[in-house]
Write a protein that binds this ligand. Structure first.
Ligand SMILES: [Zn+2]
Ligand SMILES: [Zn+2]
Ligand SMILES: [Zn+2]
Length: 497
Protein backbone atom coordinates (compact mmCIF):
# COMPACT_ATOMS: atom_id res chain seq x y z
CA UNK A 1 0.00 0.00 0.00
CA UNK A 2 1.33 3.43 -0.73
CA UNK A 3 0.25 6.81 0.57
CA UNK A 4 0.95 9.22 -2.24
CA UNK A 5 0.72 12.86 -1.36
CA UNK A 6 -1.82 14.93 -3.27
CA UNK A 7 -0.67 15.14 -6.92
CA UNK A 8 0.26 18.61 -8.09
CA UNK A 9 -2.01 20.49 -10.44
CA UNK A 10 -0.63 20.20 -13.95
CA UNK A 11 -0.24 23.70 -15.34
CA UNK A 12 1.40 22.70 -18.65
CA UNK A 13 -0.50 21.45 -21.69
CA UNK A 14 0.64 18.05 -23.02
CA UNK A 15 2.27 18.30 -26.47
CA UNK A 16 2.59 15.04 -28.52
CA UNK A 17 4.78 16.80 -31.13
CA UNK A 18 7.41 17.82 -28.65
CA UNK A 19 7.45 15.22 -25.87
CA UNK A 20 7.61 11.43 -25.56
CA UNK A 21 4.72 9.81 -23.72
CA UNK A 22 5.48 9.40 -20.01
CA UNK A 23 5.88 5.76 -18.93
CA UNK A 24 3.73 6.47 -15.86
CA UNK A 25 0.90 8.82 -16.84
CA UNK A 26 1.12 8.19 -20.62
CA UNK A 27 0.75 11.93 -21.25
CA UNK A 28 3.12 14.02 -23.38
CA UNK A 29 4.89 16.29 -20.88
CA UNK A 30 8.59 17.26 -20.77
CA UNK A 31 10.67 14.28 -19.72
CA UNK A 32 12.54 14.64 -16.42
CA UNK A 33 14.35 11.30 -16.29
CA UNK A 34 14.82 8.05 -18.15
CA UNK A 35 14.11 5.25 -15.73
CA UNK A 36 14.11 1.50 -16.43
CA UNK A 37 10.36 1.72 -17.15
CA UNK A 38 10.92 4.47 -19.78
CA UNK A 39 10.78 8.27 -19.92
CA UNK A 40 9.14 9.83 -16.85
CA UNK A 41 7.58 13.28 -17.07
CA UNK A 42 8.37 16.13 -14.67
CA UNK A 43 5.07 15.68 -12.82
CA UNK A 44 5.43 11.95 -12.26
CA UNK A 45 9.08 12.47 -11.34
CA UNK A 46 8.17 14.96 -8.60
CA UNK A 47 5.33 12.74 -7.37
CA UNK A 48 7.66 9.75 -7.17
CA UNK A 49 10.12 11.69 -5.03
CA UNK A 50 7.33 12.51 -2.56
CA UNK A 51 5.71 9.09 -2.32
CA UNK A 52 5.84 7.37 1.05
CA UNK A 53 4.53 3.91 1.85
CA UNK A 54 5.47 0.26 2.09
CA UNK A 55 7.56 -1.49 -0.56
CA UNK A 56 5.63 -4.34 -2.16
CA UNK A 57 8.77 -6.39 -2.68
CA UNK A 58 10.69 -6.11 0.60
CA UNK A 59 8.25 -4.49 3.07
CA UNK A 60 10.52 -1.47 3.62
CA UNK A 61 8.50 1.41 5.11
CA UNK A 62 9.58 4.82 3.87
CA UNK A 63 10.04 6.36 0.47
CA UNK A 64 8.66 4.23 -2.38
CA UNK A 65 9.32 6.10 -5.65
CA UNK A 66 9.39 2.99 -7.84
CA UNK A 67 6.58 0.98 -9.41
CA UNK A 68 6.58 -2.73 -10.23
CA UNK A 69 4.87 -4.27 -13.29
CA UNK A 70 1.53 -4.21 -11.45
CA UNK A 71 1.98 -0.54 -10.52
CA UNK A 72 2.63 -1.42 -6.89
CA UNK A 73 5.12 0.73 -4.92
CA UNK A 74 8.79 -0.19 -4.68
CA UNK A 75 11.53 1.24 -2.47
CA UNK A 76 14.71 2.78 -3.84
CA UNK A 77 16.73 -0.42 -3.42
CA UNK A 78 14.18 -2.74 -5.05
CA UNK A 79 13.43 -0.34 -7.91
CA UNK A 80 17.05 0.60 -8.52
CA UNK A 81 15.98 4.15 -9.36
CA UNK A 82 18.89 6.60 -9.55
CA UNK A 83 17.52 8.95 -6.87
CA UNK A 84 18.97 10.26 -3.63
CA UNK A 85 16.22 10.74 -1.08
CA UNK A 86 18.32 10.91 2.07
CA UNK A 87 18.74 14.19 3.93
CA UNK A 88 22.42 14.94 4.46
CA UNK A 89 21.76 16.61 7.78
CA UNK A 90 19.46 14.25 9.68
CA UNK A 91 20.20 11.21 7.49
CA UNK A 92 16.50 10.43 7.18
CA UNK A 93 15.17 8.95 3.97
CA UNK A 94 12.25 11.28 3.26
CA UNK A 95 10.73 13.83 0.91
CA UNK A 96 13.47 16.39 0.29
CA UNK A 97 12.68 20.09 0.14
CA UNK A 98 15.80 20.80 -1.89
CA UNK A 99 18.97 18.95 -2.78
CA UNK A 100 20.14 16.89 0.21
CA UNK A 101 17.88 18.67 2.72
CA UNK A 102 14.56 17.45 4.05
CA UNK A 103 11.61 19.71 4.87
CA UNK A 104 12.15 19.38 8.62
CA UNK A 105 15.79 20.41 8.45
CA UNK A 106 14.79 23.30 6.18
CA UNK A 107 12.08 24.33 8.66
CA UNK A 108 14.64 24.10 11.44
CA UNK A 109 16.96 26.42 9.47
CA UNK A 110 14.22 28.97 8.82
CA UNK A 111 12.92 29.00 12.40
CA UNK A 112 16.35 29.20 13.99
CA UNK A 113 17.43 31.88 11.55
CA UNK A 114 14.42 34.01 12.52
CA UNK A 115 14.60 33.34 16.25
CA UNK A 116 18.34 33.78 16.66
CA UNK A 117 19.70 36.91 18.32
CA UNK A 118 22.49 39.19 17.09
CA UNK A 119 24.99 36.53 18.23
CA UNK A 120 23.41 34.07 15.82
CA UNK A 121 22.12 31.81 18.61
CA UNK A 122 18.51 31.17 19.70
CA UNK A 123 18.11 32.44 23.25
CA UNK A 124 17.55 29.67 25.77
CA UNK A 125 14.11 31.06 26.72
CA UNK A 126 12.92 30.75 23.11
CA UNK A 127 14.33 27.26 22.57
CA UNK A 128 11.02 25.47 23.44
CA UNK A 129 9.19 27.64 20.90
CA UNK A 130 11.72 26.78 18.19
CA UNK A 131 11.45 23.08 19.03
CA UNK A 132 7.64 23.21 19.00
CA UNK A 133 7.42 24.83 15.59
CA UNK A 134 10.02 22.52 14.06
CA UNK A 135 8.27 19.45 15.48
CA UNK A 136 4.90 20.14 13.84
CA UNK A 137 3.57 17.01 12.12
CA UNK A 138 3.92 18.35 8.57
CA UNK A 139 7.19 20.17 8.18
CA UNK A 140 6.35 21.29 4.63
CA UNK A 141 3.18 23.06 5.86
CA UNK A 142 5.31 24.76 8.50
CA UNK A 143 7.68 26.07 5.84
CA UNK A 144 4.74 27.35 3.77
CA UNK A 145 3.14 28.93 6.84
CA UNK A 146 6.28 30.95 7.59
CA UNK A 147 7.13 31.75 3.97
CA UNK A 148 3.61 32.92 3.13
CA UNK A 149 3.14 35.06 6.24
CA UNK A 150 5.31 38.16 6.56
CA UNK A 151 3.67 38.80 9.96
CA UNK A 152 4.89 35.47 11.31
CA UNK A 153 8.43 36.16 10.11
CA UNK A 154 8.30 39.67 11.52
CA UNK A 155 7.18 38.54 14.97
CA UNK A 156 9.58 35.59 15.17
CA UNK A 157 12.38 37.94 14.06
CA UNK A 158 11.43 40.54 16.68
CA UNK A 159 11.35 37.88 19.41
CA UNK A 160 14.74 36.67 18.23
CA UNK A 161 16.50 40.03 18.15
CA UNK A 162 14.93 41.07 21.44
CA UNK A 163 12.90 44.00 20.09
CA UNK A 164 9.78 42.19 21.38
CA UNK A 165 10.13 40.50 24.77
CA UNK A 166 8.55 37.10 25.23
CA UNK A 167 5.97 38.47 27.71
CA UNK A 168 2.21 38.90 27.58
CA UNK A 169 2.59 42.67 28.06
CA UNK A 170 4.94 43.00 25.10
CA UNK A 171 2.56 41.00 22.90
CA UNK A 172 -0.38 43.11 24.12
CA UNK A 173 1.41 46.22 22.88
CA UNK A 174 1.40 44.83 19.31
CA UNK A 175 -1.60 45.21 17.00
CA UNK A 176 -4.03 42.38 17.78
CA UNK A 177 -3.80 39.87 14.97
CA UNK A 178 -4.44 36.16 14.69
CA UNK A 179 -0.71 35.64 14.22
CA UNK A 180 0.12 37.30 17.53
CA UNK A 181 -2.58 35.34 19.35
CA UNK A 182 -1.56 32.06 17.71
CA UNK A 183 2.11 32.48 18.61
CA UNK A 184 1.14 33.59 22.12
CA UNK A 185 -0.94 30.46 22.58
CA UNK A 186 1.93 28.36 21.25
CA UNK A 187 4.34 29.98 23.70
CA UNK A 188 1.95 29.32 26.57
CA UNK A 189 1.49 25.73 25.44
CA UNK A 190 5.27 25.24 25.52
CA UNK A 191 5.89 27.15 28.77
CA UNK A 192 7.72 30.07 27.16
CA UNK A 193 4.93 32.23 28.65
CA UNK A 194 2.86 31.60 31.78
CA UNK A 195 -0.77 30.63 31.09
CA UNK A 196 -3.21 33.47 30.79
CA UNK A 197 -6.85 33.31 30.03
CA UNK A 198 -7.31 34.62 26.52
CA UNK A 199 -10.83 35.98 26.83
CA UNK A 200 -10.19 37.38 30.30
CA UNK A 201 -7.23 39.34 28.95
CA UNK A 202 -9.24 40.38 25.91
CA UNK A 203 -11.98 41.80 28.13
CA UNK A 204 -9.42 43.67 30.23
CA UNK A 205 -7.89 45.32 27.15
CA UNK A 206 -11.29 45.98 25.64
CA UNK A 207 -12.49 47.65 28.84
CA UNK A 208 -9.45 49.90 28.83
CA UNK A 209 -10.26 51.14 25.31
CA UNK A 210 -13.99 51.31 25.95
CA UNK A 211 -13.55 53.73 28.87
CA UNK A 212 -12.77 56.47 26.36
CA UNK A 213 -16.38 56.36 25.13
CA UNK A 214 -17.79 57.68 28.41
CA UNK A 215 -18.81 61.34 28.29
CA UNK A 216 -17.30 62.57 31.54
CA UNK A 217 -14.82 61.73 34.23
CA UNK A 218 -17.38 60.58 36.78
CA UNK A 219 -18.96 58.13 34.35
CA UNK A 220 -15.53 56.83 33.39
CA UNK A 221 -14.69 56.12 37.04
CA UNK A 222 -18.01 54.36 37.62
CA UNK A 223 -17.64 52.18 34.52
CA UNK A 224 -14.06 51.35 35.41
CA UNK A 225 -15.20 50.23 38.85
CA UNK A 226 -18.07 48.23 37.38
CA UNK A 227 -15.79 46.59 34.81
CA UNK A 228 -13.02 45.79 37.26
CA UNK A 229 -14.94 44.94 40.40
CA UNK A 230 -17.91 43.24 38.90
CA UNK A 231 -17.06 41.70 35.52
CA UNK A 232 -13.32 41.17 35.78
CA UNK A 233 -13.67 39.66 39.23
CA UNK A 234 -16.32 37.24 37.99
CA UNK A 235 -14.30 36.33 34.92
CA UNK A 236 -11.23 35.75 37.10
CA UNK A 237 -13.18 33.44 39.39
CA UNK A 238 -14.28 31.61 36.28
CA UNK A 239 -10.74 31.44 34.87
CA UNK A 240 -9.42 29.94 38.09
CA UNK A 241 -11.03 26.60 37.22
CA UNK A 242 -11.79 26.65 33.48
CA UNK A 243 -10.96 28.83 30.49
CA UNK A 244 -13.48 31.68 30.23
CA UNK A 245 -15.98 30.71 27.56
CA UNK A 246 -17.51 32.94 24.93
CA UNK A 247 -20.88 33.32 26.67
CA UNK A 248 -19.75 35.07 29.90
CA UNK A 249 -17.18 37.07 27.91
CA UNK A 250 -19.77 38.42 25.46
CA UNK A 251 -22.26 39.10 28.26
CA UNK A 252 -19.63 41.09 30.19
CA UNK A 253 -18.91 43.17 27.07
CA UNK A 254 -22.56 43.74 26.31
CA UNK A 255 -23.40 44.66 29.90
CA UNK A 256 -20.51 47.15 30.02
CA UNK A 257 -21.47 48.71 26.67
CA UNK A 258 -25.08 49.14 27.72
CA UNK A 259 -24.00 50.56 31.10
CA UNK A 260 -21.98 53.21 29.25
CA UNK A 261 -24.98 54.01 27.02
CA UNK A 262 -27.14 54.31 30.13
CA UNK A 263 -24.76 56.74 31.84
CA UNK A 264 -24.38 58.78 28.65
CA UNK A 265 -28.16 58.87 28.24
CA UNK A 266 -28.59 59.93 31.85
CA UNK A 267 -25.96 62.60 31.32
CA UNK A 268 -27.91 64.00 28.37
CA UNK A 269 -30.94 64.30 30.66
CA UNK A 270 -28.76 66.32 33.00
CA UNK A 271 -28.95 63.71 35.76
CA UNK A 272 -26.10 62.16 37.75
CA UNK A 273 -26.27 58.47 38.67
CA UNK A 274 -26.63 59.36 42.35
CA UNK A 275 -29.80 61.29 41.53
CA UNK A 276 -31.26 58.72 39.16
CA UNK A 277 -34.99 58.36 39.88
CA UNK A 278 -37.44 55.55 39.28
CA UNK A 279 -38.88 57.70 36.54
CA UNK A 280 -35.47 57.79 34.80
CA UNK A 281 -35.13 54.00 35.00
CA UNK A 282 -38.62 53.44 33.65
CA UNK A 283 -38.03 55.93 30.83
CA UNK A 284 -34.81 54.15 29.91
CA UNK A 285 -36.57 50.81 29.57
CA UNK A 286 -39.63 52.22 27.83
CA UNK A 287 -38.07 54.50 25.27
CA UNK A 288 -35.36 52.47 23.53
CA UNK A 289 -34.53 49.17 21.83
CA UNK A 290 -34.86 45.88 23.70
CA UNK A 291 -31.07 45.74 24.24
CA UNK A 292 -31.65 48.37 26.93
CA UNK A 293 -32.68 45.56 29.28
CA UNK A 294 -29.00 44.60 29.48
CA UNK A 295 -28.51 47.59 31.82
CA UNK A 296 -30.02 45.28 34.46
CA UNK A 297 -26.70 43.92 35.76
CA UNK A 298 -25.24 47.41 36.05
CA UNK A 299 -28.31 48.77 37.82
CA UNK A 300 -28.29 45.95 40.37
CA UNK A 301 -24.60 46.49 40.96
CA UNK A 302 -24.97 50.28 41.26
CA UNK A 303 -27.90 49.90 43.64
CA UNK A 304 -26.12 47.43 45.91
CA UNK A 305 -23.04 49.69 45.96
CA UNK A 306 -25.28 52.60 46.97
CA UNK A 307 -24.44 54.56 43.82
CA UNK A 308 -28.15 55.00 43.14
CA UNK A 309 -31.17 55.42 45.41
CA UNK A 310 -33.23 52.24 46.12
CA UNK A 311 -34.78 51.77 42.70
CA UNK A 312 -36.89 48.93 41.48
CA UNK A 313 -35.36 47.33 38.41
CA UNK A 314 -37.61 45.64 35.83
CA UNK A 315 -36.91 41.92 35.46
CA UNK A 316 -35.17 40.90 32.31
CA UNK A 317 -37.57 38.78 30.28
CA UNK A 318 -35.93 35.78 28.67
CA UNK A 319 -36.63 34.90 25.08
CA UNK A 320 -39.60 32.71 24.28
CA UNK A 321 -39.37 28.97 24.55
CA UNK A 322 -38.57 27.98 21.01
CA UNK A 323 -39.32 24.57 19.59
CA UNK A 324 -39.14 22.74 16.30
CA UNK A 325 -41.88 20.29 15.30
CA UNK A 326 -41.26 16.53 15.58
CA UNK A 327 -41.29 16.22 11.78
CA UNK A 328 -38.71 18.92 11.49
CA UNK A 329 -36.58 17.27 14.15
CA UNK A 330 -36.62 14.00 12.20
CA UNK A 331 -35.82 15.92 9.05
CA UNK A 332 -32.82 17.49 10.79
CA UNK A 333 -31.54 14.11 12.00
CA UNK A 334 -31.85 12.73 8.48
CA UNK A 335 -30.08 15.76 7.04
CA UNK A 336 -27.22 15.42 9.53
CA UNK A 337 -26.77 11.75 8.72
CA UNK A 338 -27.21 11.77 4.97
CA UNK A 339 -25.77 15.01 3.70
CA UNK A 340 -22.06 15.36 3.91
CA UNK A 341 -21.86 18.99 2.83
CA UNK A 342 -21.48 19.89 6.53
CA UNK A 343 -18.04 19.10 8.03
CA UNK A 344 -18.07 15.87 10.05
CA UNK A 345 -17.36 17.76 13.29
CA UNK A 346 -20.56 19.77 12.93
CA UNK A 347 -22.58 16.74 11.90
CA UNK A 348 -21.46 14.82 15.00
CA UNK A 349 -22.17 17.79 17.27
CA UNK A 350 -25.55 18.21 15.58
CA UNK A 351 -26.39 14.53 16.18
CA UNK A 352 -25.47 14.68 19.90
CA UNK A 353 -27.61 17.80 20.15
CA UNK A 354 -30.58 16.39 18.27
CA UNK A 355 -30.60 12.87 19.70
CA UNK A 356 -29.48 13.40 23.29
CA UNK A 357 -30.32 17.06 23.94
CA UNK A 358 -26.69 17.82 24.79
CA UNK A 359 -25.74 21.48 24.87
CA UNK A 360 -23.16 22.66 22.36
CA UNK A 361 -21.10 23.99 25.28
CA UNK A 362 -20.88 20.46 26.68
CA UNK A 363 -20.33 18.82 23.29
CA UNK A 364 -17.34 20.96 22.29
CA UNK A 365 -15.73 20.26 25.68
CA UNK A 366 -15.78 16.44 25.27
CA UNK A 367 -12.34 14.86 25.59
CA UNK A 368 -10.83 11.71 24.10
CA UNK A 369 -11.53 10.06 27.49
CA UNK A 370 -15.25 10.56 26.90
CA UNK A 371 -15.24 8.32 23.85
CA UNK A 372 -14.77 4.55 23.63
CA UNK A 373 -14.45 2.80 20.29
CA UNK A 374 -14.33 -0.99 20.14
CA UNK A 375 -14.76 -3.22 17.11
CA UNK A 376 -18.46 -3.61 17.83
CA UNK A 377 -19.50 -0.22 19.23
CA UNK A 378 -18.69 3.43 19.69
CA UNK A 379 -19.90 4.99 22.93
CA UNK A 380 -19.82 8.49 24.30
CA UNK A 381 -19.90 9.47 27.94
CA UNK A 382 -22.73 11.92 28.55
CA UNK A 383 -22.57 13.08 32.16
CA UNK A 384 -22.19 9.77 34.06
CA UNK A 385 -23.57 7.43 31.48
CA UNK A 386 -21.96 5.70 28.55
CA UNK A 387 -24.30 5.79 25.58
CA UNK A 388 -23.79 3.44 22.61
CA UNK A 389 -24.21 5.45 19.44
CA UNK A 390 -26.50 4.01 16.77
CA UNK A 391 -24.98 2.91 13.48
CA UNK A 392 -24.58 5.84 11.10
CA UNK A 393 -23.38 8.18 13.85
CA UNK A 394 -20.95 5.68 15.32
CA UNK A 395 -19.50 5.45 11.83
CA UNK A 396 -19.15 9.23 11.58
CA UNK A 397 -17.43 9.42 14.94
CA UNK A 398 -15.14 6.49 14.16
CA UNK A 399 -13.96 8.30 11.02
CA UNK A 400 -13.52 11.49 12.98
CA UNK A 401 -11.33 9.71 15.56
CA UNK A 402 -8.87 8.63 12.88
CA UNK A 403 -8.62 12.12 11.46
CA UNK A 404 -9.37 14.87 13.96
CA UNK A 405 -9.10 18.31 12.36
CA UNK A 406 -6.60 20.86 13.71
CA UNK A 407 -4.20 18.17 14.92
CA UNK A 408 -1.60 18.64 12.19
CA UNK A 409 -0.28 21.99 13.39
CA UNK A 410 2.47 22.65 15.89
CA UNK A 411 -0.10 23.31 18.55
CA UNK A 412 -2.56 20.49 18.80
CA UNK A 413 -0.79 17.32 17.72
CA UNK A 414 -1.38 15.74 21.13
CA UNK A 415 -4.67 17.49 21.94
CA UNK A 416 -6.98 15.57 24.30
CA UNK A 417 -10.05 17.44 23.07
CA UNK A 418 -12.37 15.35 20.96
CA UNK A 419 -12.86 18.46 18.82
CA UNK A 420 -9.56 20.39 18.88
CA UNK A 421 -9.87 24.06 18.00
CA UNK A 422 -7.69 26.22 15.80
CA UNK A 423 -6.03 27.84 18.83
CA UNK A 424 -3.36 25.81 20.62
CA UNK A 425 -4.71 24.02 23.69
CA UNK A 426 -8.32 25.04 23.06
CA UNK A 427 -11.28 23.03 21.93
CA UNK A 428 -13.57 23.94 19.07
CA UNK A 429 -15.39 27.20 19.62
CA UNK A 430 -19.01 26.84 20.70
CA UNK A 431 -20.21 29.78 18.66
CA UNK A 432 -18.56 28.38 15.51
CA UNK A 433 -20.65 25.22 15.85
CA UNK A 434 -23.85 27.13 16.60
CA UNK A 435 -23.29 29.38 13.60
CA UNK A 436 -22.49 26.46 11.30
CA UNK A 437 -25.63 24.63 12.41
CA UNK A 438 -27.73 27.76 12.04
CA UNK A 439 -26.30 28.15 8.56
CA UNK A 440 -27.53 24.63 7.83
CA UNK A 441 -30.98 25.69 9.12
CA UNK A 442 -30.57 23.88 12.45
CA UNK A 443 -31.52 26.20 15.35
CA UNK A 444 -29.59 24.70 18.28
CA UNK A 445 -31.70 26.00 21.15
CA UNK A 446 -35.04 25.12 19.60
CA UNK A 447 -33.78 21.67 18.60
CA UNK A 448 -32.46 21.03 22.08
CA UNK A 449 -35.74 22.07 23.70
CA UNK A 450 -37.68 19.80 21.35
CA UNK A 451 -35.35 16.89 21.98
CA UNK A 452 -35.92 17.25 25.69
CA UNK A 453 -39.66 17.35 25.20
CA UNK A 454 -39.33 14.08 23.35
CA UNK A 455 -36.99 12.56 25.91
CA UNK A 456 -39.14 13.42 28.91
CA UNK A 457 -42.04 11.56 27.33
CA UNK A 458 -39.89 8.47 27.36
CA UNK A 459 -38.26 8.63 30.78
CA UNK A 460 -38.75 10.50 34.06
CA UNK A 461 -36.95 13.84 34.39
CA UNK A 462 -34.84 12.78 37.35
CA UNK A 463 -33.53 9.72 35.52
CA UNK A 464 -32.76 11.82 32.47
CA UNK A 465 -31.15 14.48 34.56
CA UNK A 466 -28.82 11.92 36.12
CA UNK A 467 -28.09 10.18 32.87
CA UNK A 468 -27.65 13.10 30.52
CA UNK A 469 -26.24 15.63 32.88
CA UNK A 470 -28.69 18.47 33.14
CA UNK A 471 -30.12 19.77 36.35
CA UNK A 472 -33.22 18.02 37.65
CA UNK A 473 -35.00 21.38 37.64
CA UNK A 474 -34.24 21.89 33.95
CA UNK A 475 -35.47 18.38 33.21
CA UNK A 476 -38.70 18.99 35.09
CA UNK A 477 -39.08 22.29 33.36
CA UNK A 478 -38.94 20.55 29.99
CA UNK A 479 -41.34 17.93 31.30
CA UNK A 480 -43.86 20.54 32.37
CA UNK A 481 -43.64 22.21 29.01
CA UNK A 482 -44.21 18.87 27.35
CA UNK A 483 -47.14 18.18 29.64
CA UNK A 484 -45.54 14.93 30.65
CA UNK A 485 -46.74 13.25 33.79
CA UNK A 486 -43.37 13.10 35.42
CA UNK A 487 -44.82 12.82 38.92
CA UNK A 488 -46.31 9.50 37.91
CA UNK A 489 -42.85 8.22 37.04
CA UNK A 490 -41.42 9.61 40.22
CA UNK A 491 -44.00 7.86 42.37
CA UNK A 492 -43.59 4.58 40.48
CA UNK A 493 -39.88 4.78 41.08
CA UNK A 494 -40.27 5.58 44.73
CA UNK A 495 -42.85 2.79 45.18
CA UNK A 496 -40.60 0.24 43.54
CA UNK A 497 -37.83 0.65 46.09
ZN1 LIG B 1 3.93 11.36 -16.20
ZN1 LIG C 1 12.01 -2.77 -1.37
ZN1 LIG D 1 16.83 16.38 7.46
Amino acid sequence: MSATRKPRRRSQTPDPDKHHPCARCKDHYPTAAHWPEGPVCTYCYQTAKRTEGTCTACGHIGMVPGLDDDHMPLCLRCSGLPLDLTCNRCETETWLAKANTCWRCLLDDIVRDLLSGPDGVVHESLEPLATAIVAMPRANSGVTWIRANPKVRELLGALGDGSVDPTHDALDALPRTRTVEYLRALMVEHSVLPPRDRLLATYEQWLHRKLTTTVDDDSRKIIERFGRWHHLRKLREHAATDPVSTGPFLRAKQSTTVAISFLNWLNERGTALADCSQHDVDAWYASGPSTRQHAERFLYWARSNKLTPQLSIPRHTTGKYELVGEDERLHIIRALLLHDDLPAVHRIAGCLLTLYGQSITRIVALTMDDVRATISAVSVKLADTWVDLPEPISHLLRDHLTNRPNTSTASNAASRWLFPGAMPGEHLNRQTVIDALRHACIPSRAVRNSTWQQLVREAPPQVLADALGISAITAMHHAERAGSDWSRYASTRAGGR
